[in-house]
Design a protein around this ligand. Structure first.
Ligand code: GLN
Length: 498
């Protein structure tokens, strides 16, 4: 059961081999057992999850099940979830019980999926290691001395450790793909605007995009079918005909043209990662694809451009947290201005404050032209690089992250080193393109390596096909990290049944 695909779980539910209540119960038990080791969940609410599972069982019994009805899905704690605490990894929202659901949560509820818990994350999605969470770092299930990546590290860990069959994430500069790579799972950031941002706590609105995280590309496709839909409440939501993202999964890859940017295979990439990525590309050649060298000359500008634009947007978005209507309020203060000051000083962590300071600086009078405006122009050049490359290849491939998971604490005192771990993912957000990561082997210390696949706008179905064909031919996505507890009887007793 732990390795069953969403389709297999759905078939078991339809055949009444298991009920959603039993399935949810098994994953809840496993999550409870493993969470003290991994800290993947901020909130688990058995009662609420089992009530949803019971409702799903009634839908299944009535014959009205959809593909995800009755299947547990964890929600990143950035998505407002009615009746649940939604913290965004921050002390600022530690007391916030959302009165409404984010669009993503609504969509999964409407599909009959079961919310199995809210996953840990870097504070306000700012980070690449999950160490900025107010609720403590998440551990990498492959090695608990390593980070899981960030900011959707809780979701990546929960899927990798099989505490949930699937989870949601958000990606502003790499936060779905980088933790997916570091934890050995599959994750996709769709084209900007495909999934509504309504009810998703805003970090950098022109870059933020929600997406699915799961074991396989096939599972991602089923989740994207649920998540991608026009929503008038998000002004950047795209009004498009709904697509079936599973439609191309089985197409052969004969004739596929893969672009390999020469800037991606440079000295910054560690040898173990390069080896696994090259082996994956060799596998693609065996599957009938051809490769061409391409160039993205402005790639090197993406990290500096991002660290002007994202903090600028964050400084504006986070100004709403003032301790007045909701969120954290300092217990003692002297007047209104002091209440704002103390609430923000105590409610935000160091990385969030750093970003607010940078953002306020680059937007301030006298510096706006030199930084913000300049960065916007470079953003355009970065997008043009991709447009040019996609005139002569179908997808781009490279490493998702320059290294495998690093040790906890290794980069936390050096923000620039931390920022560079998103060197390959950030440009994709700046251009608004879809990107994904799939597991393609292991590197140093037996830690997972991810392959980054980038496609042109709205080519998600093709990218999922490209990833699925690789997963049919290889078994990296089915590897499960071993937990001491899972070897001592905490595995679901009836695992064989499934
Ligand atoms: N690691 C990047 C940052 O810290 C990206 C985060 C994200 O995608 N949410 O901003």
């Amino acid at each position: 059961m732990l390795n069953s695909s969403l389709k297999q779980l759905s078939a078991l539910l339809a055949a009444k081999k298991i009920s959603s209540t039993e399935l949810t119960g098994e994953f809840l038990r496993r999550s409870r057992a493993l969470n003290p080791d991994y800290n993947a969940f901020i909130s688990i609410n058995e009662e609420a999850s089992l009530a949803q599972a019971g409702a799903a069982d009634r839908i299944i019994a009535s014959g009205c099940a959809q593909p995800l009805t009755g299947i547990p899905v964890a929600q990143k704690d950035i998505f407002c979830t009615r009746g649940w605490r939604t913290t965004c990894g921050s002390r600022m929202l530690s007391n916030f019980i959302s009165p409404y659901d984010a669009n993503v949560v609504e969509r999964f509820n409407a599909a009959g999926a079961v919310n199995i818990g809210k996953t840990n994350m870097d504070e306000f999605a700012m980070g690449s290691s999950n160490e900025t969470s107010f609720y403590g770092p998440v551990k990498n299930p492959w090695d608990v001395t390593a980070v899981p990546g960030g900011s959707s590290g809780g979701s990546a860990c929960a899927v990798a450790a099989r505490m949930t069959p699937a989870a949601t994430g958000t990606d502003t500069g790499g936060s779905i793909r980088q933790p997916a790579a570091l934890c050995g799972i599959s994750g996709m950031k769709p084209t900007y605007g495909l999934v509504s941002r309504y009810g998703m706590v805003a970090f950098a609105s022109s870059l933020d995009q929600a997406g699915p995280m799961a074991k396989s590309a096939e599972d991602l496709a089923l989740m994207l079918n649920v998540m991608a839909k026009f929503d008038a409440r998000d002004s950047t939501s795209l009004e498009r005909e709904p697509e079936d993202y599973t439609r191309d999964l089985d197409k052969p890859l004969e004739g596929l043209c893969i672009g390999l940017p020469k800037e991606y295979f440079v000295s910054e990439i560690s040898e173990d990662v390069a080896r696994a990525v090259e082996a994956a590309i060799a596998e693609y050649r065996k599957l009938g694809a051809k490769t061409v060298e391409v160039s993205l000359p402005n790639t090197k500008l993406s990290v500096p451009v991002y660290y002007v634009l994202a903090p600028a947007e964050a400084s504006s978005n986070l100004s709403r947290f003032d301790g007045v209507r909701y969120g954290y309020r300092a217990p003692q203060y002297d007047g209104l201005a002091d209440m704002y000051r103390k609430s923000r000083a105590q409610g935000f962590g160091a990385e969030v404050k750093r970003r607010i300071l940078i953002g306020t600086y680059v937007l301030s009078h006298g510096y706006y032209d030199a930084y913000y405006l300049q960065a916007q122009k470079l953003r355009r050049l970065i997008a043009q690089d991709f447009a040019e490359v996609f005139t002569h290849c179908d997808v781009i491939m490279g490493p998702t992250s320059p290294t495998v998971a690093f040790d906890l604490g290794e980069k936390s005192s050096d923000p620039v080193q931390m920022y560079l771990s998103d060197a390959y993912t950030i440009a994709v957000n700046l251009a608004g393109l879809p990107g994904m990561s799939i597991p393609v082997g292991f590197g140093n210390k037996n830690r997972p390596v991810g392959l980054h696949i980038v496609g042109n706008y709205f080519t998600e179905a093709q990218m999922l096909n490209v990833a699925h064909q690789y997963q049919l031919a290889t078994g990296w996505h089915l590897q499960i990290p071993v937990n001491r507890k899972s070897q001592t009887g905490l595995e679901p007793k009836n695992a064989e049944r499934f």
